[in-house]
Design a protein around this ligand. Structure first.
Ligand SMILES: [Zn+2]
Length: 448
């Protein structure tokens, strides 16, 4: 089942294989611990079955009585185990029983539903774990609390006479249970993962799925952008987006070079270290006096935490839009060989997406996001009277050269159409253009 579900996720087309960016088990993890929150069906079934167990332990309706009569006889639920010939339903319950019981504690009243050694009912450890040496030599390991405590001396027998250390432990145990008074009420099973002690499928599921240390809450899932973009951001944070270095790891054959400059393309390079990325972050710096982040871990960690909590989501929407714009432009250059009219286009694209997604936010946030976009646009086109700074003046001198160069590439392409050298010549012209762009960005960023 999960196999088909994972194929739905990675492949939209039956016959077209796509790269799998992440293990299915990581995608299954809840968002709070850095996963994607896709339900793990196997664990989910465990939890749904456990709900029956909880009801069987704590409620007393007709079906509970029927089932107890059919399957339990005079034993408790915790004492029975899977037998050949059990129904599917019952053997399912028996399979999850131990896991289920390990997540709760028995509130002992009459003591006849709770196992003395194995269930958790006294302190925060089972007696089996607290006195392993005694448990090993006891004769009836599944005996109930009622069975043991209803007679004095305690109804426990061992295979060997107790002496030394074991005797001390036994005396300790006896004094521990001496104060326990049994009543006529039924034992209750208290569910620990939920504060109110009641079982919910959700609490069990998240408990099972988060048995690693809980990381800081992953904010990127809360922002108001389309799901596709959240996934994009999540892949960036996990470092699995298909930049060229990641493609090469998957045996892709091709040039590792960044399409904007001469360095190798990695997520870190493309979004933080490339001139084009620096240009974007510098613009943000000039418009809002915000220092650039250094990596996605930094961005989604300390960097975003540096903002007041009321604006964090808006900042993240804007930043995500800029990254998305950068990624789209990079893909256009690589896949469609589109030449960006101007590096400023990247900024406008970023503000375009920010405005677009702002419609998903609340009215107030929408207004302030739009204002920020105005400021960014003004900053790049130098219409911002307050700061009086911008890129246009420093770059206008290059615009005509850039246009000429683009024409030159087209010209090379046309002239060499029928020649064998065509590909080489176009490639050469492209490198020339990249070099020139590089030069432009260096001079702009230095100028700032
Ligand atoms: Zn680059």
């Amino acid at each position: 089942m999960d196999y088909y579900r994972s194929r739905f996720f990675w492949q939209y087309d039956e016959h077209k294989k796509k790269y799998k960016l992440m293990k299915w088990s990581i995608l299954n993890k809840p968002k709070s611990v850095g996963g994607m929150g896709i339900i793990n069906l196997e664990v989910q079934i465990f939890c749904l079955l456990s709900k029956w167990l909880f009801k069987l332990l704590n409620e007393d309706g007709i079906w509970q009585r029927l089932i107890r009569k059919k399957y339990l006889g005079d034993k408790t639920l915790s004492q029975v185990s899977k037998k050949a010939g059990d129904s599917h339903f019952w053997s399912g319950l028996m399979e999850v029983k131990d896991l289920f019981l390990s997540l709760g504690v028995f509130n002992v009243h009459s003591g006849d539903q709770t196992r003395f050694w194995v269930d958790l009912w006294l302190g925060n450890k089972t007696l089996k774990d607290e006195y392993p040496a005694l448990y090993r030599i006891t004769r009836r390991k599944n005996v109930t609390v009622a069975n043991v405590l209803n007679s004095r001396p305690l109804n426990v027998s061992f295979r060997r006479a107790l002496s030394g250390n074991k005797l001390t432990q036994w005396l300790q145990l006896v004094s521990k249970v001496a104060d326990v008074a049994l009543t006529n009420e039924k034992d209750a099973f208290v569910w620990l993962p939920n504060r109110n002690g009641l079982f919910t499928v959700k609490s069990m599921y998240s408990n099972l799925m988060t048995n690693e240390t809980t990381l800081a809450f992953c904010r990127s899932w809360k922002i108001k952008v389309p799901l596709k973009i959240k996934t994009f951001l999540w892949f960036l944070k996990k470092g699995v987006t298909l930049t060229k270095d990641n493609l090469i790891k998957r045996n892709w054959k091709g040039s590792a070079k960044c399409c904007f400059c001469n360095y190798n393309e990695t997520i870190q390079h493309l979004f933080f270290e490339c001139h084009i990325a620096k240009f974007i972050w510098f613009t943000v710096f000039i418009a809002f006096n915000i220092k650039p982040p250094t990596s996605f871990t930094h961005l989604l960690g300390a960097w975003i935490k540096g903002f007041h909590h009321t604006v964090r989501n808006q900042v993240l929407v804007g930043v995500t839009a800029l990254c998305w714009a950068l990624w789209l432009s990079r893909n256009e250059i690589i896949f469609e060989r589109k030449v960006p009219n101007s590096y400023l286009q990247m900024m406008f694209r970023g503000t375009y997406w920010t405005r677009n997604w702002a419609r998903l936010s609340k009215e107030e946030e929408k207004t302030s996001l739009n204002k920020c976009c105005q400021r960014l646009d003004a900053c790049v086109t130098e219409r911002d009277e307050t700061s009086g700074r911008g890129f246009r003046s420093s770059l206008s001198c290059f615009t005509s050269e850039l246009r000429l160069l683009t024409l030159f590439i087209d010209d090379v392409g046309v002239r060499c159409q029928h020649s064998e050298l065509s590909a080489v010549a176009v490639e050469g012209a492209w490198s020339l253009r990249t070099l020139f762009l590089n030069f432009v960005f260096v001079s702009v960023t230095n100028h700032l």
